[in-house]
Design a protein around this ligand. Structure first.
Ligand code: GLU
Length: 580
């Protein structure tokens, strides 16, 4: 059925014209008839491509690539602009995971820029009288702030794989911060709704007018404080952030919150990004690669796809009872293992190889029945598994961002970057927001059976993530660059998009347009307001507890094939893919 959909991609892209013209032609399909939720145009280019959550950030990245910059350079330029124009999602006050393909050495490398808990953090950080704090109370607090990691990770990436001078990569963001950028509809909407942000006076002065109204769409917002901060980091490198006056202001702002945190200058000074061995798994004719724990994301995506390869999902239509059933069941199995086993590997013995062992995945796949939902999946016992206690987390609010880049030299970088919830902790310092990433720890330190929870708070530990910046390789070379925001649903978004391209033979845009579904080992969730509604009845008849939910993914992806590059941006956000 989908062979027909792929037949007519002859598109062009360049960086200097407007998005509509860059986007090229529609594929010759009827998206509704194909069961696709939203139609966006795939972008084609010959030499390089950037896809980010905001057109200004994409343009900054594309300009760097046009100048001959490396993918690593473009990612840094995009991140700094995103800090300014998409402040709800990511920035230098947050953390990130990066995976890259380095063409010169033909190596895949990953960088962990995840936040760490302060040295004084204790396991009862998010508890009161033995109970978990309500989630918003934990978020809107100095205690949710982890030591930011983005700049250390980007500096490492730049040192290893950058080409243009570090300071050049900050220019677009500094210029925009001084000249101003127009408030986007998404930013306006998130500001209008956010009482916790209004309650923080430094943030309120920047994000709202004197009457406390969110700046309207199109309002030109200037951020001279961020311009100054970025200028210092551009001139003096990341040490300007981790030591000295900027670090002092961060520590002071966290301590000054009505619920003070315990971040210290020593925590800031001691922070290190970590280069980790990539996690890779063969899948059909491909190899899937992503960062290993403390992100649970790529591991869970690989488990899901490994389990699904034992089912007939590839033969099912992407929007069908069969696809939702098998995909949800695989999700349950992967999330059960994630909750039981995955945490910071410096603190927990994560049986990564066991969890991806082909024989283990085959055994797990046998728990899936073709005609009946399994309910809640138990964690498995992979080879090398320690006894561990899990604690499933709630659904996170929409935040985080994805940057996908391929350059003219064949390098590729996928980076997912986050301050966790929308506007993070809401603590605003020198023009940027601090993360609330420590709420990605389990709030309880022991599970119902009294076992210590693997992802409990411990000093200097990194909270478990779901971020899944991934590369798909074919014959040792990257053929897909993908990732998304979306809390733990990131795992489903990325797995579905990979499945869409590799197994359903959709183009990258069609794959990310698919209405989302899946299970995080609770209900079977389907995306609200989509044609999946029609499948709810038959799914319930199979024993699925079906729930309609918002699935605000922010996929940004690139596919590389013989004919060049194909880019897509999630229609649910404001992103743009551009190439040349
Ligand atoms: N903090 C989440 C994580 O690291 C990401 C949050 C989001 O995507 O909204 O998994």
């Amino acid at each position: 059925m989908f062979g027909v959909l792929l037949s007519s991609a002859v598109l062009t892209g360049c960086i200097s014209t407007e998005p509509e013209r860059l986007a090229g032609h529609h594929e010759d399909i009827n998206p509704e008839a194909a069961g696709l939720s939203v139609a966006r145009q795939v972008v084609h280019a010959k030499h390089y491509m950037a896809s980010t959550a905001n057109p200004l950030a994409t343009r900054a990245a594309a300009q760097v690539l046009a100048e001959g910059g490396q993918a690593a350079d473009a990612v840094i330029a995009a991140q700094m602009v995103l800090n300014l124009v998409e402040p709800q999602s990511s920035g230098i006050g947050g953390g990130a995971f990066i995976i890259s393909y380095e063409a010169a050495t033909q190596r895949v490398r990953t960088y962990d820029g995840r936040e760490t808990a302060p040295a004084h953090a204790h396991a009862d950080r998010f508890m009161r009288d033995g109970h978990a704090l309500p989630f918003p109370e934990a978020v809107n607090s100095g205690r949710s702030v982890g030591v930011p990691g983005v700049l250390r990770a980007l500096a490492m990436l730049h040192q290893d794989q950058g080409g243009l001078p570090w300071a050049r990569l900050f220019e677009p963001a500094i210029d925009l911060a001084r000249e101003g950028f127009e408030v986007s509809p998404r930013l306006h909407g998130l500001l209008a709704d956010n009482q916790a942000l209004r309650a923080q006076s430094a943030a309120a002065r920047y994000f709202y007018d004197a009457q406390g109204r969110a700046w309207p769409v199109g309002h030109k917002l200037v951020n001279p404080a961020l311009a100054d901060t970025l200028s210092q980091i551009a001139d003096d490198g990341p040490d300007a952030f981790y030591q000295g006056p900027i670090a002092q202001d961060i520590v002071a702002a966290v301590a000054a919150h009505t619920v003070p945190g315990d971040l210290t200058l020593e925590d800031m000074r001691a922070y290190r990004a970590i280069e980790r061995k990539p996690l890779c798994m063969p899948y059909r004719a491909y190899v899937l690669c992503g960062p290993p724990p403390p992100s649970s994301g790529p591991l869970a995506v690989m488990q899901m796809l490994g389990i699904l390869s034992h089912t007939p999902i590839a033969q099912a239509a992407p929007v069908s009872v069969e696809a939702v059933h098998y995909f949800s069941e695989a999700g349950r199995l992967a999330f059960a293992d994630r909750d039981a086993y995955v945490a910071d590997p410096q603190f927990a013995d994560v049986p990564v190889q066991g969890l991806l062992d082909p024989a283990y995945l085959a055994v797990r796949a046998r728990l899936i029945r073709p005609d009946r939902a399994m309910g809640v999946a138990p964690a498995g016992s992979p080879p090398g598994a320690p006894e561990a206690g899990g604690h499933p987390r709630g659904i996170e609010p929409p935040s985080t961002t994805q940057i996908s880049v391929v350059d003219r030299y064949g390098n590729a970088v996928s980076m997912t970057s986050s301050i966790e919830g929308a506007f993070g902790s809401k603590i605003f310092v020198r023009g940027f927001l601090l993360n609330n990433q420590l709420t990605d720890f389990s709030f309880l330190d022991v599970d119902a059976q009294g076992h210590p929870v693997v992802n409990r708070v411990e000093p200097l530990k990194r909270p478990r993530s779901s971020m899944s910046p991934m590369l798909v390789l074919r014959d040792g070379h990257p053929m897909m660059v993908i990732g998304s925001p979306g809390g733990s649903a990131i795992i489903q978004y990325v797995a579905q998009t990979i499945l869409g391209v590799l197994d359903w033979h959709l183009n990258i845009q069609q794959a990310m347009d698919l209405p989302h579904y899946g299970s995080r080992n609770r209900d079977t969730e389907i995306e609200r307001g989509t044609r999946l509604q029609a499948l709810a009845g038959p799914l319930r008849a199979m024993g699925h507890t079906v729930r309609e939910v918002d699935f605000p993914s922010g996929l940004q992806g690139i596919v590389i094939d013989r004919n060049g590059l194909e880019g897509g941006a999630d229609p649910r956000r404001e992103g743009l893919a551009l190439g040349g």
